[in-house]
Write a protein that binds this ligand. Structure first.
Ligand code: NAP
Length: 469
């Protein structure tokens, strides 16, 4: 055979081009699972609306939980993988439609989470001074879309706070509000957040559970931490801890519930110490109305009973708790992305093992993982298993020929986005933001201060680019 006829080495198999929408834990674990499998070579574009990765690890995990937030370092390894490209500052539905994205890659995995709050649906819910936990958490973690004016107006002058819900987010909120400025100083909270919290004269935080301690959804480590605050005491009414036979059975069968109960029983012996903030956990208490004219002044609370199936119902017996600030921490729900189906009741995208269902039928090449797939449950690590399940489904579709690597052509997604007028923030740009946050922290002797405005985040990128030019 002459040299001209030599076909040379076989060309490598085409890469499976995947866009992952949402660079929070679910998206990052999806990218990681794609790069770890050996069945097909991949190229992953990990897209986020924000110019920063990590989703709820950055804007959800409480800033006073530095060990939990350190999972960023582990997640960063997936971002650093050569087959993964971080594409921040790009909103699917605005900069590119779902259909355009789908046409640009071989498969799309939506991992955009559940960013909306659930409503209480009671009178007075919309009064000034009533905040969704999502709004407060966004503010204290420095989310660039946080509604600073509303949150700071609600917080100003607040002495009595009622937090509705007994999940881990409710505990985060209660803990952050009851901490002293010195306890919060080492966090990466923006300076205006530290200042506003230091200026809020919070004396009493009451956390309301509509069911009993046996049904609370917080976990023991998070609960215990409430008892370790520098200048706050936790109080529990011993009568709330008396269990009926059904609750006793539940506690006996559930290790978390039984450990929680042991912690609560210890606190039930506490009394308030003069001059210290109190955090009171009240069970069998559901809010029926927020009181006030121009802003919240109190919460009308109804005593409940819980039946053998764990369902709460009102007894008609009500009391009023004074409150200057009410934080509704009753769960998150997923929002709609134009062109993507959503089950409005569950706040999730209908799916089968991660395969998006349209009209009950699998939609080739479209997948979901994380909270938008299963709802807002579990801890960060839960998303690892969840993402692997979705990637296994995607690979099964590749093996079955439903998804074909290379079928989307060669156009580069970032080039397409730039042509559409978008300004994608890539990994080196995120590194510039990261460095700017560390530098800002250093000006006040802190390890990092979160940049909380779009302008400052994007300016950090531009400044770094100008320096290297
Ligand atoms: P969650 O655990 O589902 O808690 C929601 C709470 O709201 C429950 O106590 C629920 O009570 C209550 N609730 C719902 N509707 C209500 C209503 N109409 N009136 C009164 N109360 C109502 O959700 P979350 O706290 O938002 O947390 C979301 C997820 O993130 C969870 O998986 C959580 O563990 C996780 N997370 C983990 C950490 C951590 O590990 N440190 C921190 C934050 C969040 P019922 O049970 O009676 O419905």
């Amino acid at each position: 055979m002459s040299a001209a006829e030599d076909p040379g080495p076989p060309s490598p198999p085409p890469r499976l081009r995947v866009a992952v929408v949402g660079a929070g834990p679910a998206g990052i674990y999806t990218a990681e699972a794609l790069t770890r499998q050996q069945e097909v070579p991949v190229a992953v574009d990990l897209i986020d609306r924000l110019p920063t990765p990590f989703g709820l690890v950055r804007h959800g995990i409480a800033p006073d939980h530095p060990k939990m937030r350190a999972i960023r370092d582990t997640l960063h390894r997936a971002l650093d993988h050569p087959a993964v490209r971080f594409v921040g500052n790009v909103e699917i539905g605005r900069d590119l439609s779902c259909r355009e994205l789908h046409a640009a890659v071989d498969a799309v995995v939506y991992t955009y989470g559940a960013a909306l709050d659930r409503q209480l649906a009671i009178p007075g819910e919309e009064l000034p001074g009533s905040l969704a936990a999502t709004a407060l958490v966004a503010w204290y973690t420095g989310h660039p879309d946080a509604d600073r004016a509303t949150v700071e107006a609600a917080l100003a002058g607040a002495r009595s706070v009622v937090v509705v819900g007994v999940g881990n987010v409710a505990l985060d909120v209660a803990r952050v509000l009851a901490r002293t400025p010195a306890e919060l100083e080492p966090t990466d909270m923006p300076q205006h957040v530290l200042d506003a919290l230091a200026g809020a004269p919070v004396e009493r935080v009451t956390v309301l559970g509509r069911r009993g301690p046996a049904q609370a959804t917080f976990t023991t480590q998070e609960l215990r931490e409430l008892g370790e605050l520098a200048e706050a005491d936790v109080l529990v009414d011993p009568a709330d801890l008396e269990l009926d036979p059904a609750a006793e059975e539940r506690v006996a069968a559930d290790r978390v519930a039984s450990r929680n109960l042991a912690v609560l029983q210890e606190w039930a012996q506490h009394t308030a110490q003069p001059g210290r903030t109190t955090v009171t956990l009240r069970f069998f208490s559901r809010p029926v109305r927020l009181l006030g004219e121009d802003r919240v002044t109190g919460v009308e609370v109804e005593r409940t009973v819980v039946d053998a199936d764990g369902r709460a119902s009102g007894t008609g017996q009500t009391t009023v708790l004074p409150a200057d600030l009410v934080v509704r921490s009753v769960g998150y729900r997923g929002g709609e992305l134009p062109e993507l189906p959503l089950d409005p009741r569950r706040g999730t995208v209908p799916n089968d093992l991660g395969r998006v269902l349209r009209g009950g039928e699998p939609s080739p090449g479209e997948y979901v993982a994380g909270w938008i797939k299963r709802g807002p449950t579990g801890v960060v690590g839960t998303n690892k298993h969840d993402a692997r399940e979705t990637v296994a489904t995607l690979l099964a579709d590749v093996a079955a020929g439903v998804v074909r690597p290379g079928s989307s052509g060669d156009d580069d997604l970032v080039t397409t986005l730039r042509a559409n007028g978008a300004d994608p923030v890539l990994l080196e740009d995120w590194r510039a933001i990261d460095a700017a946050e560390v530098a800002l922290g250093a000006t006040r002797g802190r390890a990092r201060t979160t940049l909380h405005e779009w302008e400052s985040l994007l300016a950090a990128v531009k400044d770094a680019a100008a320096r290297t030019r």
